[in-house]
Design a protein around this ligand. Sequence first.
Ligand SMILES: [Fe+2]
Length: 471
Amino acid sequence: MRLYITILFVLLPLSVFGQFKKGPYIQELSANSVRILWETSSANKGRVVYGLRGFPDRSVEESSSGTFHNLLLTGLLPDREYEYQVEGDSKKGYFRTFPVTIKPVKFIVYGDNRTNLNDHQKVVDAIIKENPMFIINTGDLVESGISADDYQKFFEIERELLRNICIFPAIGNHEVIDPTLTIYKKYIFPPQKNSQNKEWYSFDFANIHISVFNTYDGLLTFSSDQLKWIESDLKAASENPSIDHIFTVMHHGPYSASNHGDNSTAKSKVVPILKKYGVDMTLAGHDHNYERGEAEGLRYMVAGGGGAPLYSSGTSKYTIYSESVLHYVVFNVYGPDVSGCAYRVDGTVMDCFNWTKGNPLADAGYEDISVEDSLSVDVKDISELTDTGSANDIIDVITDYYEEADIFIQDTNYSDTEIKDAGIQDAAEIPKDTGRDSSDVNIVSDIFIVRPDSQPGAANDSSGCNCHFIE
Ligand SMILES: [Fe+2]
């Protein structure tokens, strides 16, 4: 009897609901909703049972019969684990809704998984073990965007990953082999709130904002419509007090030292916007290797080792690390801190990185600032100031850090011209309440921070006042 019931259970999905060709997989995950999608070999009216993990007390059903199934689950609570099961499927899926407050975040970046299916599978298997909260795919999901077979292969390889983890892809040049993106748009549902035609979109996860662009929406370059959207989206994110980190994603990024090289349009039209709004890192693919670098203050990454034929990695003056290998990248973000590592598919680490938004002075390589302790940062060589951005950036940081602090600069090693060349515009504007005259203070290599309770004129003698200084 038990055997009979088991056989019946296995056969029912095939006979009543058809074979599951794609999925079930999740898309458009947010704090309060998720989209469940799947495709069956024969038409039926899809139904999903779902609820908080362990309590699947709700269900939703399609209004008509078909082979492609698309159900949006709404009214979910933020930052909760849910389970779902499509009727006829023997497996459940699990997902966690987006948090709306700061919490530790782990996400993965990979891309260019097209073409070599076995290699793509290796990358997917490695990512499944990492169990990230979401995934960014940097584009080129398929060999040909006009081939339904290629999308079928993608979803077969990614089935167990996408059942539980939401992927947020960028459109690659292989997707736009079909300029209408018809198949892509049938199966991929990016967040709709800030989306236009599913081609560019953005979303927030905890204190992170991620903007995803389409490199190829205007004659293989960025259209003016998209550039306007990028500007408004990043402006809003930069002004949002809940957002600490901004990442952008585009398939062919502005910087790469491998085969395709830099994207000159991205450099001339997009990078100025990214810099204007303080983007923390721009992610890309297209070149089938790994590269991380920093170009004129903008961090960049090429993560294109997801299965496509590998390209030789190169180096430019901006490259920090590059390697030609199948890989994925893990990002960890918590509060002001960002860290991560790039992994080969065998699990070995090839490159790690970190930065913090909480104290950009420390990010520039200087010691951490503590209000309680004297500050000790070596800026003996004025060129160090210019190399790390500009001295004024550092002064701004310090001013922000000690909200009411008075800052002035003194020494005798450099001329006014040198100071101005270093970007220090405040040299002649010595705070009046220190009792010092700007003509007394020539120069800079010591930056003194005098707190409001310090004694005027005592800044030269740290032992006699409540001075915090950088020397
Ligand atoms: Fe590409």
